[in-house]
Write a protein that binds this ligand. Sequence first.
Ligand SMILES: [Fe+2]
Ligand SMILES: [Fe+2]
Length: 263
Amino acid sequence: MGALRLLMIGDVAGKPGMRAVSRLLPRIVAERSIDLVVANGENAAGGLGLTPELARELLGMGVDVVTNGNHVWRQSEFKNYIGQEPRLLRPLNLPETQPGRGFGVFETPGGVKVGVVNLIGRVYMEPSDSPFTAADRALAALKGVKVVLVDFHAEATSEKRAMAYYLDGRVSAVIGTHTHVQTADEQIMEKGAAFLTDVGMTGPHDSVIGMRRDIIVDRFVTGMPHAFKLAKGGTRFQAAALEIDPSTGRAASIERIDIPLPD
Ligand SMILES: [Fe+2]
Ligand SMILES: [Fe+2]
Protein backbone atom coordinates (compact mmCIF):
# COMPACT_ATOMS: atom_id res chain seq x y z
CA MET A 1 0.00 0.00 0.00
CA GLY A 2 1.35 3.44 -0.94
CA ALA A 3 1.77 6.36 1.41
CA LEU A 4 -1.31 8.15 2.63
CA ARG A 5 -1.15 11.89 2.01
CA LEU A 6 -2.84 14.32 4.40
CA LEU A 7 -3.05 18.09 4.26
CA MET A 8 -3.60 20.21 7.38
CA ILE A 9 -4.52 23.83 6.60
CA GLY A 10 -3.79 26.55 9.17
CA ASP A 11 -6.57 28.75 10.57
CA VAL A 12 -8.65 29.99 7.63
CA ALA A 13 -9.24 33.69 8.33
CA GLY A 14 -12.11 35.63 6.79
CA LYS A 15 -12.76 36.24 3.11
CA PRO A 16 -9.04 36.35 2.16
CA GLY A 17 -8.57 32.92 3.75
CA MET A 18 -11.66 31.46 2.09
CA ARG A 19 -10.51 32.84 -1.26
CA ALA A 20 -7.05 31.31 -0.80
CA VAL A 21 -8.57 27.90 -0.08
CA SER A 22 -10.90 28.04 -3.08
CA ARG A 23 -8.13 29.18 -5.43
CA LEU A 24 -5.30 26.90 -4.32
CA LEU A 25 -6.74 23.80 -2.71
CA PRO A 26 -7.87 21.94 -5.88
CA ARG A 27 -4.42 22.34 -7.44
CA ILE A 28 -2.56 21.32 -4.27
CA VAL A 29 -4.78 18.25 -3.82
CA ALA A 30 -4.27 17.21 -7.46
CA GLU A 31 -0.52 17.89 -7.62
CA ARG A 32 0.25 16.13 -4.36
CA SER A 33 -2.37 13.36 -4.61
CA ILE A 34 -3.79 14.37 -1.24
CA ASP A 35 -6.13 11.75 0.26
CA LEU A 36 -7.69 13.81 3.06
CA VAL A 37 -7.81 17.53 3.84
CA VAL A 38 -8.29 18.98 7.32
CA ALA A 39 -8.66 22.74 7.85
CA ASN A 40 -8.97 24.74 11.03
CA GLY A 41 -11.97 26.99 10.42
CA GLU A 42 -12.22 28.95 13.68
CA ASN A 43 -11.57 32.33 12.01
CA ALA A 44 -13.55 31.92 8.80
CA ALA A 45 -16.34 34.34 9.77
CA GLY A 46 -14.50 37.66 9.57
CA GLY A 47 -11.83 36.31 11.91
CA LEU A 48 -14.17 35.22 14.67
CA GLY A 49 -15.81 31.82 14.49
CA LEU A 50 -17.57 29.93 11.79
CA THR A 51 -21.11 30.02 10.39
CA PRO A 52 -23.02 27.01 8.99
CA GLU A 53 -22.80 28.60 5.55
CA LEU A 54 -19.01 29.06 5.70
CA ALA A 55 -18.58 25.54 7.05
CA ARG A 56 -20.55 24.21 4.07
CA GLU A 57 -18.47 26.37 1.74
CA LEU A 58 -15.21 24.95 3.13
CA LEU A 59 -16.54 21.40 2.79
CA GLY A 60 -17.64 22.22 -0.76
CA MET A 61 -14.14 23.45 -1.65
CA GLY A 62 -12.59 20.06 -0.93
CA VAL A 63 -11.96 20.26 2.80
CA ASP A 64 -12.94 16.90 4.34
CA VAL A 65 -12.83 17.81 8.04
CA VAL A 66 -13.09 21.24 9.71
CA THR A 67 -11.51 21.64 13.14
CA ASN A 68 -11.98 24.53 15.55
CA GLY A 69 -10.50 26.44 18.44
CA ASN A 70 -11.22 29.09 21.04
CA HIS A 71 -13.46 31.06 18.65
CA VAL A 72 -15.75 28.11 17.92
CA TRP A 73 -18.92 29.62 19.47
CA ARG A 74 -18.47 33.24 18.34
CA GLN A 75 -21.26 32.93 15.75
CA SER A 76 -24.37 31.89 17.64
CA GLU A 77 -25.97 29.80 14.90
CA PHE A 78 -22.98 27.47 14.78
CA LYS A 79 -23.86 25.73 18.04
CA ASN A 80 -27.12 24.49 16.53
CA TYR A 81 -25.41 23.28 13.37
CA ILE A 82 -22.27 21.53 14.55
CA GLY A 83 -24.14 18.42 15.71
CA GLN A 84 -25.78 17.97 12.31
CA GLU A 85 -22.57 17.80 10.30
CA PRO A 86 -20.19 14.97 11.31
CA ARG A 87 -17.29 16.56 9.38
CA LEU A 88 -17.18 19.45 11.89
CA LEU A 89 -15.15 19.07 15.06
CA ARG A 90 -14.61 21.30 18.10
CA PRO A 91 -11.90 20.88 20.73
CA LEU A 92 -12.61 17.67 22.65
CA ASN A 93 -11.57 19.07 26.04
CA LEU A 94 -14.05 21.95 26.08
CA PRO A 95 -16.78 21.39 28.71
CA GLU A 96 -18.71 18.22 27.87
CA THR A 97 -21.97 20.17 28.17
CA GLN A 98 -21.09 21.96 24.90
CA PRO A 99 -22.45 20.70 21.57
CA GLY A 100 -20.44 18.93 18.89
CA ARG A 101 -17.72 16.31 19.08
CA GLY A 102 -13.97 16.44 19.43
CA PHE A 103 -12.84 13.58 17.22
CA GLY A 104 -14.04 11.41 14.41
CA VAL A 105 -13.06 8.72 11.93
CA PHE A 106 -13.07 9.70 8.27
CA GLU A 107 -12.48 7.46 5.28
CA THR A 108 -10.29 8.41 2.33
CA PRO A 109 -11.45 7.64 -1.22
CA GLY A 110 -8.99 4.71 -1.10
CA GLY A 111 -10.79 3.30 1.93
CA VAL A 112 -8.22 4.15 4.64
CA LYS A 113 -9.67 5.20 7.99
CA VAL A 114 -8.18 8.39 9.44
CA GLY A 115 -8.88 9.52 12.99
CA VAL A 116 -8.88 13.30 13.48
CA VAL A 117 -8.69 14.68 17.04
CA ASN A 118 -9.16 18.37 17.92
CA LEU A 119 -7.69 19.53 21.25
CA ILE A 120 -7.25 22.96 22.87
CA GLY A 121 -4.42 24.12 25.14
CA ARG A 122 -4.66 25.50 28.67
CA VAL A 123 -1.64 27.83 28.81
CA TYR A 124 -2.71 31.48 28.20
CA MET A 125 -6.10 30.18 27.09
CA GLU A 126 -9.59 29.96 28.61
CA PRO A 127 -10.00 27.22 31.24
CA SER A 128 -10.67 23.74 29.86
CA ASP A 129 -10.14 20.11 30.82
CA SER A 130 -6.71 18.58 30.32
CA PRO A 131 -5.93 18.13 26.63
CA PHE A 132 -3.56 15.31 27.62
CA THR A 133 -6.13 13.10 29.33
CA ALA A 134 -8.66 14.06 26.65
CA ALA A 135 -6.20 12.75 24.05
CA ASP A 136 -5.96 9.46 25.99
CA ARG A 137 -9.74 9.21 25.93
CA ALA A 138 -9.91 9.85 22.18
CA LEU A 139 -7.17 7.33 21.42
CA ALA A 140 -8.91 4.66 23.52
CA ALA A 141 -12.04 5.24 21.43
CA LEU A 142 -9.99 5.20 18.20
CA LYS A 143 -8.40 1.82 19.02
CA GLY A 144 -7.68 0.01 15.75
CA VAL A 145 -7.50 3.22 13.69
CA LYS A 146 -3.85 3.33 12.63
CA VAL A 147 -3.70 6.83 11.13
CA VAL A 148 -4.51 9.64 13.59
CA LEU A 149 -4.01 13.37 13.04
CA VAL A 150 -4.22 15.72 16.04
CA ASP A 151 -4.95 19.45 15.67
CA PHE A 152 -3.68 20.92 18.94
CA HIS A 153 -5.03 24.47 19.12
CA ALA A 154 -2.78 26.14 21.66
CA GLU A 155 -0.80 29.27 22.42
CA ALA A 156 2.31 28.01 24.21
CA THR A 157 5.07 26.32 22.23
CA SER A 158 5.96 24.33 25.37
CA GLU A 159 2.49 22.83 25.73
CA LYS A 160 2.46 21.85 22.06
CA ARG A 161 5.87 20.20 22.16
CA ALA A 162 4.98 18.37 25.36
CA MET A 163 1.86 17.06 23.62
CA ALA A 164 3.96 15.83 20.71
CA TYR A 165 6.20 13.84 23.08
CA TYR A 166 3.16 12.58 24.98
CA LEU A 167 1.46 11.29 21.82
CA ASP A 168 4.53 10.15 19.84
CA GLY A 169 4.15 6.46 19.06
CA ARG A 170 0.37 6.65 19.42
CA VAL A 171 -0.58 9.09 16.62
CA SER A 172 0.62 9.92 13.11
CA ALA A 173 0.86 13.69 13.54
CA VAL A 174 0.49 16.49 16.07
CA ILE A 175 -0.01 19.77 14.25
CA GLY A 176 -0.35 23.01 16.20
CA THR A 177 -2.82 25.75 15.30
CA HIS A 178 -3.98 29.06 16.87
CA THR A 179 -0.96 31.40 16.84
CA HIS A 180 -1.38 32.17 13.11
CA VAL A 181 2.42 32.22 12.83
CA GLN A 182 3.98 29.29 10.98
CA THR A 183 6.93 27.79 12.82
CA ALA A 184 9.91 26.19 11.08
CA ASP A 185 10.39 23.21 13.40
CA GLU A 186 8.69 20.44 11.45
CA GLN A 187 10.08 17.03 12.33
CA ILE A 188 9.39 13.33 12.56
CA MET A 189 9.68 12.36 16.19
CA GLU A 190 11.47 9.30 17.54
CA LYS A 191 8.45 7.00 17.46
CA GLY A 192 7.09 8.20 14.12
CA ALA A 193 4.75 11.13 14.82
CA ALA A 194 5.10 14.17 12.58
CA PHE A 195 5.14 17.41 14.53
CA LEU A 196 4.92 21.12 13.75
CA THR A 197 4.44 23.65 16.57
CA ASP A 198 2.18 25.84 14.45
CA VAL A 199 1.02 25.44 10.87
CA GLY A 200 0.17 29.15 10.54
CA MET A 201 -2.76 31.03 9.05
CA THR A 202 -4.44 30.92 5.68
CA GLY A 203 -5.46 34.54 5.57
CA PRO A 204 -4.18 38.12 5.48
CA HIS A 205 -0.64 38.38 6.87
CA ASP A 206 -0.32 42.15 6.43
CA SER A 207 -1.87 42.29 9.88
CA VAL A 208 -1.41 41.34 13.51
CA ILE A 209 -2.42 37.65 13.41
CA GLY A 210 -5.11 38.41 10.82
CA MET A 211 -6.57 41.56 12.37
CA ARG A 212 -6.08 45.10 11.07
CA ARG A 213 -2.67 46.24 12.23
CA ASP A 214 -3.65 49.88 12.97
CA ILE A 215 -6.38 48.76 15.36
CA ILE A 216 -4.18 46.23 17.17
CA VAL A 217 -1.22 48.60 17.45
CA ASP A 218 -3.49 51.30 18.90
CA ARG A 219 -4.95 48.77 21.31
CA PHE A 220 -1.50 47.93 22.62
CA VAL A 221 -0.41 51.59 22.77
CA THR A 222 -3.51 52.94 24.51
CA GLY A 223 -4.82 49.90 26.37
CA MET A 224 -8.31 50.95 25.30
CA PRO A 225 -10.87 48.41 24.01
CA HIS A 226 -11.35 48.26 20.24
CA ALA A 227 -13.60 46.32 17.89
CA PHE A 228 -11.39 43.97 15.89
CA LYS A 229 -11.60 44.06 12.12
CA LEU A 230 -10.11 41.55 9.74
CA ALA A 231 -7.17 42.77 7.64
CA LYS A 232 -7.03 42.47 3.87
CA GLY A 233 -3.53 42.28 2.39
CA GLY A 234 -0.64 39.87 2.23
CA THR A 235 -2.77 36.76 1.93
CA ARG A 236 -0.93 33.45 2.27
CA PHE A 237 -2.03 29.83 2.12
CA GLN A 238 -0.30 28.02 4.97
CA ALA A 239 -0.55 24.30 5.56
CA ALA A 240 1.42 21.12 6.21
CA ALA A 241 1.55 18.13 3.88
CA LEU A 242 2.08 14.76 5.52
CA GLU A 243 2.97 11.32 4.18
CA ILE A 244 1.88 8.49 6.43
CA ASP A 245 2.41 4.73 6.18
CA PRO A 246 -1.18 3.49 6.49
CA SER A 247 -0.11 0.03 7.71
CA THR A 248 1.76 1.41 10.74
CA GLY A 249 0.41 4.94 11.16
CA ARG A 250 3.97 6.29 11.23
CA ALA A 251 4.75 9.51 9.41
CA ALA A 252 7.32 9.34 6.61
CA SER A 253 7.50 13.07 5.91
CA ILE A 254 6.16 16.47 6.85
CA GLU A 255 6.49 19.51 4.63
CA ARG A 256 5.42 23.07 5.32
CA ILE A 257 3.43 24.87 2.64
CA ASP A 258 3.43 28.69 2.52
CA ILE A 259 2.13 30.22 -0.69
CA PRO A 260 1.51 33.96 -1.19
CA LEU A 261 -1.50 35.09 -3.20
CA PRO A 262 -1.85 38.36 -5.10
CA ASP A 263 -4.19 40.80 -3.29
FE1 LIG B 1 -7.11 31.15 14.88
FE1 LIG C 1 -7.47 30.30 18.15
